[in-house]
Ligand binder design. Structure first.
Ligand code: SAM
Length: 311
């Protein structure tokens, strides 16, 4: 779909009174968008990636207490962590978007696609802890009431990740997947500081950020850096509504925020998008806000950042 048409549709829905606008936009996403597709594998893979980063630093998901920022509509990252033995997963969302119907559809998918789910987890699926949890998943009765507690998930929605209410030093992993790019910079600092407060001495901060212009996910005519052309007021008019909001922070800004929250970065895995880089090198003009940054910084599409509290 042409990105400007999508922007108009989102802006119209965002102007409706809040519950109605959310219901209308949800139905549109269900019929024509990503919520109509049940395939939890990308988020299961994200949970597995979090496990890999934790284990690379000598930590484990088994028995851990985890905070997830920004649940969204589904619960597949927490389910992946639960399958690997997580003891308790607190997941926070400022907006209570979580939909039991979608979670139950995902669980049905997981249960009936054992081979492809096991393929996602690879050798990890052979571990006793995974096998035990898998058996539990196959045996238990899950309905619209227990769908979170069955997976040791405490859903805080509405809940602000900047104010978790959890004790200091009580969390092993602080994680998110494609969330930080949707949160205003002024709110990111308190979220990260809260993460640093609740993380235990050995705790890890493991976050995945998608820096791409999300309109480009459905419009191949534009690149992932298309939105960098606009000044902030223009961009806010086009994509600043509550369904699309993106802060347009670049990878260097995230680094500054993480360090500013008193965390020490131990892993920084970035993917630069070639098509975006080419567009920038060929003279795509970006707003003054982005002109001091290198083309590689502006064209960074994704990042996994792993950090720990500064000792
Ligand atoms: C893109 S969505 C979630 C994506 C989801 N993690 C996934 O993998 O599909 C970002 C979420 O962050 C939530 N959010 C925004 N500010 C927040 C805050 N301060 N605390 C917790 N969640 C927040 C939004 O309500 C939204 O549901």
């Amino acid at each position: 779909m042409n990105w400007k048409q999508k922007s108009i549709i989102q802006n119209v829905a965002a102007r409706l009174p809040r519950p109605l606008g959310s219901a209308v936009y949800y139905q549109m996403q269900r019929r024509f968008g990503k919520l109509g597709i049940t395939d939890p594998r990308s988020r299961l893979e994200a949970g597995l990636q979090m496990l890999r980063y934790a284990e690379a630093e000598g930590r484990t998901v088994e028995g851990s207490t985890i905070v997830e920022v920004g649940t969204g509509h589904r619960m597949n990252v927490p389910i992946a962590l639960w399958l690997n033995g997580a003891e308790c997963i607190h997941t926070y969302d400022l907006n209570p978007y979580l939909k039991p119907k979608l979670v139950l559809e995902d669980i049905a998918y997981i249960r009936s696609n054992e081979a492809s789910v096991f393929e996602v987890f690879g050798e990890v699926a052979e571990r006793p802890v995974f096998q035990k949890r898998w058996q539990r998943l196959m045996d238990m009765t899950i309905d619209g009431h227990n769908f979170a507690t069955a997976f040791n998930v405490e859903y805080h929605g509405p809940g602000d990740a900047a104010k978790t209410g959890l004790p200091r030093d009580s969390v092993d992993l602080h994680v998110s997947f494609t969330v930080l790019e949707h949160i205003p910079p002024i709110v990111l600092t308190p979220i990260m500081k809260e993460g640093a407060r609740v993380l235990s001495e050995d705790g890890l901060f493991i976050h995945h950020i998608d820096f791409t212009d999300h309109f480009a996910h459905h419009d191949g005519d534009i690149t992932y850096v298309n939105f960098l052309q606009f000044d902030e007021p223009t961009w806010m008019r086009l994509g600043g509504n509550r369904f699309m909001y993106m802060n347009r922070l670049r990878v260097d800004d995230i680094t500054s925020l993480v360090l500013g929250a008193g965390l020490e970065i131990i892993k920084d895995d970035r993917v630069v998008d070639d098509r975006s880089l080419k567009a920038l090198k060929n003279g795509l003009s970006v707003d003054i806000e982005f002109q001091d940054k290198s083309d590689e910084t502006n064209a960074t599409a994704r990042q996994w950042v792993v950090a720990r509290t500064r000792r």
